[in-house]
Design a protein around this ligand. Structure first.
Ligand SMILES: Nc1ncnc2c1ncn2[C@@H]1O[C@H](COP(=O)(O)OP(=O)(O)O)[C@@H](O)[C@H]1O
Ligand SMILES: [Mg+2]
Length: 395
């Protein structure tokens, strides 16, 4: 049987570039090579695309196991970094129905190669990209234009899942429990900060969390415990987005929220994994706690009652459907430790995907091992592409 050619796309322009290199390294080393042929495709931090070229050879060797996040950018440590260091640059316009691959490279530094060699010749793309330009619908738009199958949520699900303001509107419309929040524009804040402060204080109690609407990895997020911390928190968030979401802190002044996560897998009939809990080593799960210290703990399964677990799983599936997701998503919850009230915090359509990340670990604990999970995601991507082919685009 002919092996399916899977383009593993990694890196990218987001703040989670390094995390993507780690996730991709794990996918490349775990994917079943008897069924799939891996085509690594790197995107530099500046947004330049690089095809494997000679770097593909590196991938056939022993892809170094992921030791530490700090070595993500070292060519010896992750195959992704090696591709970024030695791959050939290409410019990639979409070209549906092009023989030999629908992402056609029309320019290459390797001018001596035949044009047919320069197309990115893959059957499906697995965008192992987190955050902006990877998880927000933009790259998914390129795949749609190229009519190429890909893993994960489509344009709408990705974009809706990325924007915390739109996501909350969709959750509310679906009747799902979220914390009280206010959304303001950066321009509103800049022109009338006092008015914004009044609005926030009329709707929410301190502490509040102030977040840029479209980002991830806790970048730009701060906790304002009282009035004097609101302005600096707003200024920080305003660096990253024109839309700022302010929400009431779960747990109030005295308690930390419990952080429960659940993995969802599927297309039209998604399934939920067991729930897991994160115990951040810091006051909240900020960027340092996520990637830089060892102090955070994952507890699988989360210590919840049967009924609570069931509720989390149902809410996770509802959240997945509410943003029109497909393939995979990790759905994150906040629980008030005093009254055990559960709030939906967010959905991540391309969650951290190293072998030790929460998303795959929750599936492993639910009986689906990492290599099988990768295969399942590829099959789901193919299935959705086939399903979409049934649509007519004109009469
Ligand atoms: N309303 C809230 N109440 C309590 N903690 C919160 C709240 N919102 C965010 N946090 C804390 O901040 C972290 C990051 O916020 P989150 O909305 O998940 O952003 P990101 O998309 O960057 O992960 C959460 O994991 C949690 O620790
Ligand atoms: Mg989060």
């Amino acid at each position: 049987m002919k092996k399916l050619r899977v383009g593993i796309l990694f890196g990218g322009r987001s703040g989670e570039h390094e995390v993507s290199l780690l996730s991709a390294a794990c996918v490349v080393s775990a994917i079943d090579k008897s069924k799939f042929e891996v085509v690594p495709i790197g995107i530099t931090k500046a947004g330049r695309w690089l095809t494997a070229g000679d770097a593909e050879l590196l991938l056939q060797g022993k892809a170094a196991p992921v030791q530490s996040h700090l070595r993500a950018g070292d060519p010896d440590a992750t195959p992704g970094a090696a591709v970024l260091a030695t791959g050939q640059a290409v410019v990639v316009p979409p070209e549906p129905q092009r023989p030999g691959g629908s992402l056609a490279a029309f320019q290459s530094e390797a001018l001596t190669r035949r044009a047919s060699d320069r197309a990115i010749n893959v059957d499906i793309i697995f965008p192992v990209l987190h955050g902006t330009f990877g998880e927000d619908g933009t790259i998914q738009g390129l795949f749609e234009l190229a009519d190429i199958a890909y893993v994960g949520a489509g344009v709408l699900g990705s974009a809706a899942g990325m924007d915390k303001d739109v996501m909350k509107s969709l959750f509310l419309a679906a009747g799902l429990p979220i914390v009280k929040h206010v959304t303001v524009l950066r321009s509103d804040w800049e022109s009338a900060p006092k008015k914004v402060q009044k609005l926030v204080e009329s709707k929410l109690k301190y502490p509040v969390f102030v977040k840029p609407a479209n980002l991830g990895s806790s970048v730009g997020i701060s906790k304002a415990r009282e009035r004097k911390e609101l302005a600096p928190a707003m200024e920080e968030a305003a660096k990253f987005d024109r839309k700022i979401v302010i929400e009431e802190g779960v747990g109030g002044k005295k308690h930390k929220a419990r952080e429960i996560e659940c993995s969802v897998l599927g297309n039209d009939k998604p399934a939920a994994s067991v729930a897991g809990e994160i115990v951040p080593g810091k006051e909240f799960y900020d960027y340092t706690a996520k990637y830089l210290d060892e102090g955070s703990q994952l507890i699988i399964p989360a210590k919840l009652s049967k009924a609570e677990t069931k509720k989390i799983q149902q809410l996770a599936i509802s959240a997945f459907k509410a943003v029109d997701c497909s393939g995979l998503a990790r759905v994150d919850f906040l629980m008030d430790p005093k009254n055990r009230k559960i709030y939906l915090n967010e959905i991540n359509t391309m969650p951290g995907f190293t072998a030790i990340s929460m998303y795959p670990k929750l599936w492993a604990a639910s009986g689906l091992a990492y290599p099988e999970l990768i295969e399942r995601l590829i099959r789901l991507g193919q299935e959705r592409h086939e399903e979409k082919k049934r649509n007519q685009y004109s009469k």
